[in-house]
Design a protein around this ligand. Sequence first.
Ligand SMILES: [Ca+2]
Length: 406
Amino acid sequence: MHLHFKPLGLAAAIALAFSPAIHADDDDSSATPPSSVSTSAGQVNVETLATLEYPWAMAYLPDGRLLVTEKPGRMRIWSEGSLSDPLQGVPEVVYRGTEQEQGGLLDVEVDPDFASNNLIYLTYAEAAQGQSEALEDSGDARLLSPDKSDNIVRGGVVARARLDGNTLHDLEIIWRQDPMTVGRGHFGNRLNFDADGMLFVTSGDRMRFEPAQSKESNLGKVVRINKDGSIPDDNPFADEDDAKGEIWSYGHRNILAAAFDRDTGNFWAFEMGPLGGDEVNLVKRGENYGWPEVSDGSHYANQPIPSHAGDDEYEKPVRSWTPVVSPSGAHWYDGELFSGWSGSMLVGGLTSKGLVRLTFNGEKIAMEERIVLDQRIRDVIQAPDGAILVIVDQEEGGLLRLTPAQ
Ligand SMILES: [Ca+2]
């Protein structure tokens, strides 16, 4: 069993009093995307390539085929103008199918050595072994459960498998969130490889607040593991008693968007705030980013949380966004197709319904541009030809291609 219901701390107790409104769920985006948008790179055409059910993530294989996950538990390949049937061998995921579901099948990433090992990595919500019939979700708002029947104890996992044709083989789970709990929110679970082939995993706080500050839990963290899930010797807490050795940084709420600046190697994480206060964080080894002790946002009934201040011990966001963006996917753009955009971070937004383009001056943000697409953008990626692809977070969600009009 993986049941660890600690007594609720003050922050959690406050949260229990609230409406079930959640950060990323303001409204659906049934509007069709614009056919063209104006940007700093000139007019940009927007074309719908395909439609998927709640697509969550994209990753390119070296041969130019695009893997796309669908949150209900499917993965497909977009190639040469058509979308494949669901791949075989995708593991069973926990997905309750409500609009507030944040689990299911989540990220996909391709091994840097895929050409020789054919390995891909997935994150998804897994049901715990040994479910308890006695356990019931309390139905409280912070767990995103509209009913009390949801008693599935689950947690996010990282698995890897060998992709052969359209089939996954030899799937093995290499990392698990701990503790697992009931509730549908805040898995995080974005994957990124750094230039040395280390795997960085974002792990949300599962809406349980306090674990983000505890090094005995891997919730509310950025995690760094080897490709087989083992713990690198040079992780900051690898030698600390009672600490999870995979922890790279802590005090995070829910990071759904993260990517490396491939010029500097800096790892940028875009963190969903509570009510306001989305954070742009430069993730540094061993640092504490403050959640839930401090935040530039407020709890969902406007109860304040102390803001990041100049003299506290926490690492401060480089920028915070209010109104929120609800950052959901990020990609480092180094193509030449969009004039002047090489060396930009592209960040998809659910609430902002578009992309944020950032450039950095080392550890500072040099420039911010908003590209409005009228759609809840779940993930963004650069195609081999330099085009930008985005996916839309809805039941019939588009795979959209952005290209300069000229
Ligand atoms: Ca913070």
